[in-house]
Design a protein around this ligand. Sequence first.
Ligand code: ADP
Ligand code: MG
Length: 348
Amino acid sequence: MDHSLTRLLIVLLSWALLSSCDWGPPDTTTRITGSTMGTRYELKLAPAHPQQTIRADLIKTQAEELLARINRRMSTYDPDSELSRFNRNPSTDWIAISPELYLVAAEGLRISELTHGAYDITVGPLVNLWGFGPEPRREQAPSDAAILQARDQVGYWHLEAHAQPPALKKAFSDLYVDLSSLAKGYAVDQLAALMESNGIHNYLVSIGGDLRAKGHNGKGQSWTVAIERPEPGQRAVERLIQIGDHSVSTAGDYRNFFEQNGRRYSHIIDPRTGRPVLQTLASVTVISKSDMESDAIDTALMVLGAEDGFQLATEHRLAAFFIVASVDGKRFEERYTPEFEPFLLPKD
Ligand code: ADP
Ligand code: MG
């Protein structure tokens, strides 16, 4: 689904910072980690009261079953997933799908419409052509003819979704749906729901740069999350945020890219040009109630860029934080919507 490997766009700092202090209440946070979707997942769980026991083994098993199920439904890296089978199916009739796949595809279509196709879940042929899909990485840009051909296969208006019974319909056989931009966010929402069903109401769950929080950590403090400074090969903090009972997702082009002749080609593709986004917007962080939405919107804003993206975020009152690089790439400038401001901790 996402092969950005160890692209942790957001560093979780609270635990590391606070556990280095030897004063204050003991830290009762339980931490569970593992691999999924080309990156790591992490569950940080805190009991509601000292008597509540958190059964880490049981929760880890349940979480990994949940992640495996989601991958089996919507990963384009698994050739047997429900989505891969849909993509290979040449039929242009209605194709029955699971309610879960419908939910994610429908949200993807909603954001595709909202952005008039800057974000587009049928972008798959271009993602694959540029070597950011399941096929091996490439070291060179594809030819113009190949780009035009793949671009002709892209367009969310060629995909129809039906809720009851859940089904999808392609306008032509080669339409290829890529849900990698929001499936990780959906999985984070489902991990949060799993914690709730286990009676755990204090958690910070994450997959790569997608997180969702509720309540407090094992020291009784609000969960604090860092927005990373978007420098390749480095891990530095740009700003700290406290997200309360919200989700946060970051997209950026500073980890997952290839370089040719000094040019950097990002894994986020502008379907309108058929090419990776080439611009000074280094990363975008979005906070909302649903991580599926945050995850789709961060990718959408990356495509739209520092100007149009900021305008869309402002118009729709989205909580978004942009890090814009100077032309020489040496300095970064922050820009955020009024909705984002309440989450920001002051700079020291
Ligand atoms: P990551 O998966 O690295 O965390 P994102 O959430 O930003 O990052 O999703 C990037 C993925 O989204 C790409 O790997 C690709 O599969 C897909 N994608 C690329 N461009 C677009 C686009 N314009 N619209 C929708 N999805 C896209
Ligand atoms: Mg995304």
